[in-house]
Design a protein around this ligand. Sequence first.
Ligand SMILES: [Zn+2]
Length: 602
Amino acid sequence: MADLIAEEKIDQIRQAVDIVEVISDYVQLKKQGRNYFGLCPFHGESTPSFSVSPDKQIFHCFGCGAGGNVFSFLMELEGISFQEAAIKLAAKVNIDLGINIPSSKGGKKLSKELQAMLDAHELLRKFYHHLLVNTKEGQHALEYLLNRGFTQESIDKFQIGYSLNSWDFVYKFLTKRDFSPEWMEKAGLIIKRERDGTYFDRFRDRIMFPIFDRHGNTIAFSGRSLGPDEPKYLNSPETAIFNKSKILYNYHLAKPSIKKLQYAILFEGFADVIAADRAGVENGIATMGTALTDEHIALLRQNVQTITICYDSDKAGIEAAYRAGNHLQEAGFQIKVAMMTDGLDPDEYIQKNGTDKFRNEVIGASLTWMAFKFLYFRRGKNLQLEGDQLAYIEQIIKEISKLDKAVERDHYLRQLASEFSLSLEALKQQQKQIYFADKRKSNGLKEPAHKPLLVVKPAEELKPKYVTAERRLIAHMLKNREVVYKVQELLAGQTFNTDEHQAIITYLLGFFEDHTEPDTSAFLTYIQDDNLRRMVADIEMMSINDELTDQELTDYIKQVLNYQKLLKIKEKEVELKEVEREKDFSKAAVIANEINHLRKLL
Ligand SMILES: [Zn+2]
């Protein structure tokens, strides 16, 4: 398929697509000057160092060095090929590529076996759902769900189904359709018997909840037992297509709502997500029985900066919410915590109190992260006792010290002062002491979680002079074809000292052979090497004067050429010391002369 999309089409796509619009689907961008900034989707950070230039149609991260044009952004982020990125973008701007496009969701080209695993899940999802809603065999399961408050609408939306009470139905169903039993076992759908190597179905007589990936492919199931059978929820094992640490339940359906409302609600389990959805809360997601991982966080960060945690309100749930909140806060998210009364979970709360109350009094009345911690540290303490009271106050002051804004610190210190009838001044004093003690302890290395928008760029001056000169020359060459030829002329057969820079020039010479106008985004597509592509994006983000004067040009060239001479001088100086030590003074005089001569050439 590699040569199917015509060059003109690629150009057409590049001209029609706006990189800011495309990246905004993944990163929250804020305009600052001519460029846009946001948190980099390629590395974990809490201070934005990811920038997008609408003028140049490129992106660059000062933190991890990622960079390129709209094609390379999609390729890196989605792990897809250039062609697949082009197909995606063409669809976005309604350009007809006039080719056959394969239909696999998510674009990534899969091996035959992985595709078969997905196909089997897809088939079974449809079949399980059909069994539940349309057949006599599934009727008792359907009634069970309806009695527990599930609606027909949510059964359809979440594609809930039923697996027959049979040991080999799925095995026969799949093998009849030419799926290999070995791969279906690897997919977690059937299990091999040790004793005779025959297979049996993993899920029997269970209510089936399909698990989807971010593109909406069915990749696993969770089966809930209808009776006292243990476990209550039986999940697919981890497989080549199901990786719990990467999957957030309901992510693909919740995404539009998350973007619209600008926050996501994190639940403890998928049953809570479905219950909340019945209450009209559609921005819910959940991990699949694991703690929140960095991969989950990276996925969330593509769409949102605020997360409301809504875990069970029992002891275990509150502890888990505290851990998840800390993890999210370190990653730079704004956090709220929604609490239910009486240690209930969301499903129980909705059944007991109704959907309106859940929306208004639980989600709508979420606590700030700090207010949650006030409650959290209070648990298990008797604040009438002096010892407990002092311990509590100290813990809270420690938390207050972590806040960036003086107004917030003041607010919570006042709250604390008034609750325990303490002097505000004394509390402020203590807070300062704790703050500086913490600071000394962490050696000033720990950065506060929420910094104002501030982009940290490595200072240009830190690079050796010749590197800066080479980078500036390349920046001008990218903007002006004439400069490329001028530089070639002035170098007179010499090359740049940095191999990568020289490689970029070689690409530029090739590029300008069939492009008369400079076009960085097109050039990035032209470059084959990821590393060089990043480098070009980095150089493009430097601010340079529009015009390159002859004086500047000769200065830069001089710095480039001087580096070779400086190396030579260094070599000679080492040699000089050597012969001086050997007291070979006549030879030393010769070398000193050479050094002088070389210096004059600088
Ligand atoms: Zn980065």
